[in-house]
Write a protein that binds this ligand. Sequence first.
Ligand code: SF4
Ligand code: SF4
Length: 166
Amino acid sequence: MGEELIPWVEVNTWICTACGLCCKGYRVPLKMDEYARITGRYGLGVVEVGLGKVYLRHGFEDRCIFQHPVMGRWACTIQDIKPLACKLFPFRVLSKPVYRRGDGSEYIYRGRIFHIYLDPNCEGIILGKPSERFVTLVLPEVVELGLGVRWKQRLTTSKYISWTPP
Ligand code: SF4
Ligand code: SF4
């Protein structure tokens, strides 16, 4: 971990393979409304406090307690109330460039300038010239999630695995 973020312009596309890496090790901070929704359903035992923030608790193998193995892949068992940080991974939507202006991160959505990067630790990233689908469908969904104007994920979640509660 800790490698340089990848500006979106270097990415052909991204498809989540449900490898589960992002739910292992990473700590997911909760916003107040997320905390209320998740603890309201599952109780206080699913969260932990650290450095003034509340996080989802981790368990076996340092995996988020809501991660569940399915046919050799990993599924999130709280898809309907998944925190925003989880919905956005591996994307980062920022108001300023991380490296420098013109680093390939600039993305214009409805006249507003954003800077979008991807976390290189995600195995679903395919480098290359950005595909039309990535630019015109996936990235707008990422920005809308980040802005809070979209709740439901369509292209920013895995198509490999779906989880139906028992
Ligand atoms: S977002 Fe990336 S790291 Fe996380 S499960 Fe999907 S492919 Fe793996
Ligand atoms: S809430 Fe779901 S997506 Fe987020 S870390 Fe836990 S298992 Fe992964």
